[in-house]
Design a protein around this ligand. Structure first.
Ligand SMILES: [Zn+2]
Ligand SMILES: [Zn+2]
Length: 262
């Protein structure tokens, strides 16, 4: 399983183009940008519909299924599906997510678009193109799900954004998973009183501890922090903070590997 991070940023991206804080200024100086978070698995499975075009080397023509966590605008941008229609891709496509996602997507589809809409809720399982995806509960402001993806090669990925501290049932569902890759959100950095359904540098380590305690995260798991906002320290400082927790950050466009095809 190859997991390409199309975006690793929060809703506003990092830098936020309107913001002059040191973290945004540092990103601008280095010429780095973090798009809203989404990921592409083996060119077949697209996780979240980011409003930002992916890095230029990314081709989405092989995507057979799109799994959307929730209907917030940084994860559910149906214009992306209209762009697909404009190039007349006639291969069938599955779009799956909580019902509000399907309601948002439906008006953007042409009547003859071969798109299958599949409602998802925590506890469901969806199998497509050799991938088996378990749908897990998140703790977020709106109906949101997380994805536990097992690939045809046995590689296993946890895609966990957007969420606050993970529900007990989600931790229980990951017992023994020994994920190859965990993409866990860490939106707010040192901004701790945000009062939202997101993680920060105080709650992110707790979730990793809980995932380790049930064998979901092991010494071999590649833990990558995503949904990163400018509330975080500049990237080189954040990298050290994450390294101390057994996690890392990667630039947009990075491919991380899981399972036999690594
Ligand atoms: Zn988000
Ligand atoms: Zn959200």
């Amino acid at each position: 399983m190859r997991v390409t991070l199309l975006g690793t940023g929060s809703a506003d991206g990092w830098p936020n183009p309107w913001c002059g804080c040191p973290s945004c200024a540092d990103s601008r100086r280095r010429g780095t940008t973090r798009r809203p978070t989404s990921a592409l698995v083996d060119d077949v499975l697209l996780l979240d519909l980011s409003p930002a075009p992916p890095p230029p080397e990314v081709f989405l023509g092989g995507v057979g299924a799109v799994l959307v966590t929730h209907d917030h605008a940084d994860h559910c941008a149906p214009l992306v599906l209209l762009a697909r229609q404009w190039v007349r891709r006639h291969e069938p496509l599955t779009v799956a997510g909580p019902p509000p996602v399907l309601d948002a997507v439906r008006p953007w589809l042409a009547p003859d678009d071969p798109v299958e809409l599949v409602p998802l809720a925590a506890g469901d399982r969806i199998d497509r193109h050799g991938y088996s995806v378990r749908v897990l509960a998140a703790a977020h402001e709106v109906a949101t799900v997380l994805f536990d993806v097992t690939g045809p090669d046995g590689g296993r990925l946890l895609y966990a954004t957007d969420t606050g501290p993970l529900p007990e049932g989600t931790i229980a569902a990951t017992r023994g998973a020994a994920y190859d890759v965990v993409l866990l959100e860490e939106t707010f950095g040192d901004h701790l009183d945000h009062g939202t359904g997101h993680l920060d540098l105080s709650t992110f380590p707790d979730q990793l501890d809980r995932l380790r305690a049930v064998g979901a995260v092991t010494a071999a798991t590649d833990v990558v922090a995503v949904h990163l906002s400018h509330h975080n320290p500049p990237a080189h400082l954040l990298a050290d903070r994450l390294a101390a927790l057994g996690a890392r950050l990667v630039p947009d466009g990075t491919t991380v590997g899981a399972g036999a095809l690594l």
